[in-house]
Ligand binder design. Sequence first.
Ligand SMILES: Cc1cc2nc3c(=O)[nH]c(=O)nc-3n(C[C@H](O)[C@H](O)[C@H](O)COP(=O)(O)OP(=O)(O)OC[C@H]3O[C@@H](n4cnc5c(N)ncnc54)[C@H](O)[C@@H]3O)c2cc1C
Length: 501
Amino acid sequence: MKRIAIIGGGIAGLSAAYELALQQQAGAPIEFMLFEATSRLGGIVETVHRDGFVIECGPDSWVTKKPWARDLAIELGLGSELVPSNDSRRKTYIAAAHALTAMPEGMRMMVPTQWASVLNSQLFSWQAKLAYLREPKLAETLKATALSDDDSARDESVRDFVVRHFGEEVANTIAAPLLAGVFGGDIATLSADAVLPAFVALEREYGSLILGLQQRMRAGNASAPVFTTLRRGLASLIEAMESLLPESSLQRGVVVESIEQSGKGWRVRGTSLVGESHLIEQSFDGVLVATPAAGTAKLLQPFDSRIGELLPQYSSSAIVVALGFTAEEARAMRIPRGFGFLVPQRKSLGGKVLPSKRDVRDEASETTAQRALLACTFLDQKFPHRAPDGAVLLRAFLGGPAAPKLLQHDDATLIRLARTQLERFLGRLPESSIALVRRWPNSLPLYSVGHLDRMAELDRRLAQLPNLRLIGNAYRGVGLPDLIHSGRTAARELAANVTTA
Ligand SMILES: Cc1cc2nc3c(=O)[nH]c(=O)nc-3n(C[C@H](O)[C@H](O)[C@H](O)COP(=O)(O)OP(=O)(O)OC[C@H]3O[C@@H](n4cnc5c(N)ncnc54)[C@H](O)[C@@H]3O)c2cc1C
């Protein structure tokens, strides 16, 4: 019998456990144990149901074009629960000058697909519009630059990549706040190869991102919704997988403190926090480590200290504040039509939405904490079934440099801060029946320039450690589809290749 340990019960570890359970049911000689430090599986994936609101505390959806989350949902019998985003309402605003300015229609991140909407947009100065018009004409030069470097050695920051195509203003106004929301980092540090692989590939093929995207859209399925979620929330995925795992294969409330090689196998040691706290020690033939980057570095430090250096060195923290307003409470609210808004650094805006005197005055008097609002999602508009009829569900993301300090604040302070920040752009908010806070410390690893090269070196070093795999959001993607895919694949490979001690 092959015995496999999985450390960490977030979406990556749980997908791996589910895959092993399938193999077990199919008669493979496998036993596995999933160790999760907390009493709940799912990690950052958590849904709260309250008074008819479906409140996502972590991710709210996945990108539809990556198939693995959808495939898993269908496999788990959740096909009828799949819900596409309300793309007819898809509009994202950029917050500036105490107002929300819509991003032009048809943008794919910072790349336009409709000229008229870019040229008529209030968001950009004429210099930025000229930069957009010029980009297709630079196709040959951009292609030559993209291809002339030695592939394995080249990487650049997202900022440099975007600036080469569209200039500083577009980088600051759109790319910076969009990617801060997903990767929690500064675009001057983020790796273009790791964070924008599709655009890097487009550049290699077409030079111009605008021309490349036009080609791809002609060939692709333009009608697919951009995001997909589940009617009763993303935790349904977690619950469905959990219900298929044998209870004897789950150890919740166990913090794994060390792993140690013993022959070809591994010894796992930890502390169980269930009841009277006690030590546990168990032997396995293979181990899947699915903990966040810092924890993984600590577990692997004793036998390869270089691995810790190859993992992302910094992970940003996020705080989610969800506010649910009943139809009665929401009656006087005037939330614009759309999916939500992003808050860039004010100094970066360049169009007709230049900071007003009031902005400049406010900026001088604000503390960093007061500038912590990164984005807000209008969840009741982004997806159906998120709130009762007429109700409003807002989700504010706080983070950035103030995050470590904000994490120390109590819920009431964070709710007050989020409300004050939201009111700058949405007008006075009534009291909300529902106010919920979630803190996700060090949750989004920063893929800095050179990340993919470091991942390649990591793979080479891991090949020296038999029967050990690393999965989770520190490596090749932070989104749910990638994590489900890599978790399941690693589990399948380990189960096939592990040799019993
Ligand atoms: C606010 C927010 C919004 C997001 N929105 C989206 C979105 O809309 N769409 C999307 O696709 N992605 C989104 N993401 C990213 C995505 O949610 C995460 O990348 C993903 O959930 C991480 O999964 P994971 O399994 O790698 O790690 P985690 O979810 O962090 O799970 C790791 C688990 O390991 C456990 N653990 C840690 N140490 C130990 C130990 N020593 N012993 C035992 N157990 C341990 C932890 O308790 C945890 O349960 C968002 C992330 C955040 C923070």
